[in-house]
Design a protein around this ligand. Structure first.
Ligand code: 5GP
Ligand code: MG
Length: 179
């Protein structure tokens, strides 16, 4: 396992994201919608830096099968949204933008619920992977195309609790070696 972003680097990046969010949403009724499960660590750190009124909501999007680094079918659950987002400005917060499929499919579903705007913020974006016609509005860090874990991101449901971001080496990716 190789550290890609240290705790210190993450802190600085999230500070930059928070400053941009506060600037943009200063006079807008903001609802932050975290995408479970990967965004929980980012969400907790990010919202505590935001000194503006905001609501926090969650949705769930799953595409990774247990123990796999390759996406399976995408399942989205917006039923977790507990308060009305009609008339509010929604910022979707996710851990990583890889192919972009998750946010690409999530945005129209959230849009159907009547918010004034829907924008996206991700901690990480993988270089050269985008397969859809959108890019995130706010990106913490661009990273090389490697499978990463930590700070909310898992491999086989493990590693989410690491306080830094690390890339798994090929011998640590069981399934990859048998490709
Ligand atoms: P996308 O739909 O953009 O291809 O993928 C987004 C989702 O796939 C992320 O929210 C995350 O759950 C998962 N994902 C993509 N790349 C990685 C990665 O390098 N590591 C981990 N742990 N999950 C990833
Ligand atoms: Mg995810």
């Amino acid at each position: 396992m190789k550290t890609l972003l240290t705790e210190e680097q993450l802190r600085e990046g999230i500070r930059r994201m928070a400053d941009e969010i506060m600037h943009y949403y200063a006079d807008r009724s903001l609802t932050i919608v975290g995408v479970l499960i990967g965004s929980v660590v980012l969400l907790a750190d990010l919202i505590r830096l935001l000194e503006i009124p905001l609501r926090v909501e969650l949705v769930q999007a799953r595409s990774y099968r247990h123990g796999s680094t390759r996406p399976g079918p995408l399942v989205i659950n917006t039923d977790l949204l507990s308060s009305n987002i009609r008339g509010r400005h929604v910022l979707l917060v996710d851990d990583i933008f890889d192919t972009g499929r998750t946010l690409w499919e999530l945005i129209p579903q959230v849009d159907e619920l009547g918010p004034v705007s829907v924008r996206t913020a991700v901690l990480l974006r993988k270089e050269g992977r985008c397969a859809v016609a959108i890019e995130p509005d706010l990106v913490g860090f661009d990273i090389p195309d490697q499978f990463v874990v930590g700070y909310g991101l898992d491999y086989g449901d493990l590693y989410r609790n690491l306080p830094y971001i690390a890339a798994l080496e090929s011998d640590e990716l069981a399934e990859e070696s048998s490709r």
